[in-house]
Design a protein around this ligand. Sequence first.
Ligand code: GLN
Length: 321
Amino acid sequence: DIHVNSQRKSDLDEWVAHYRSFAIEGQTANYIPALRNAHLSQLGITILEPGGTMIKSGDWDVPFTLQSISKVLSFIAACLGRGISYVLDRVDVEPTGDAFNSIIRLEMHKPGKPFNPMINAGAITVASLLPGDSSHKKLEFLYELFENLLGKRPTINEEVYQSEWQTSHRNRALAHYLKETNYLESEVEEALEVYLMQCSIEVTTEDIALLGLILAQDGYHPVSKEQVIPKKVAKLAKALMLTCGMYNASGKFAAFIGVPAKSGVSGGIMALVPPSARSEMPFQDGCGIGIYGPAIDEYGNSVAGSLLLKQMAQEWDLSIF
Ligand code: GLN
């Protein structure tokens, strides 16, 4: 009801104003030159409920690039295009406890199967598995999924794409290694092009809140009222978000926040709360949450965004456990 929602909105405004200042404990993702100059103190959020109720606060409408949040989309797309078992033969579903761009386990654990699709090694592999025999066709398959979910064609931030293409030495190294071990299905440059393009898709918190909401509803779209992602794939994506979505801080997120979430180095976090059987729960029908705060911590997660999500989870009892 309106009273409860206006209370939530004012809580949220207060928390956004408060946690904004914590951004100074982080930095923008300066290893990607085009992300260096983001405004550290920006913080925004959209919460979307199935009935259409929306709460927005702060810099909710500032565009940012998906970065690693795109890994959820490309994983879903690969499962749709190639089937779950085909994809899971080439990328595992185990958390690593290592940094998102780490190369170490590829060599440590022969034969070098990437541990999960939420880290770069796994995501570059997944990019190569998308249907189509060119980077153009693979991207088109991904863009069609994006359009199905969000009702619009994706916009690419060319500056971010070029910036990362020119500096992505570690991703190149990962891709070459994966090519050598036969996990990459396309040429190295092609997989990198797809991966870095998907990372450069521009969104706002409203867009990723809608993606989160669709996943919260096991792939059922609240607007088109269609099952846009098969339930099995949606559940898999959520399990991966919970166990691997915040990289080597995923355990802490599960312990202290307790909802599936996926971050990106531009400062986005896509999270969701599944529907609850208990009628006294806030967001009983579930919700999608999109957050943007460009200052990131040592793990690559938004500093202010993580604190905001933690506050919400604790105040509103959102943990799924
Ligand atoms: N494009 C970034 C990279 O590959 C994505 C990483 C991230 O968001 N964690 O390094």
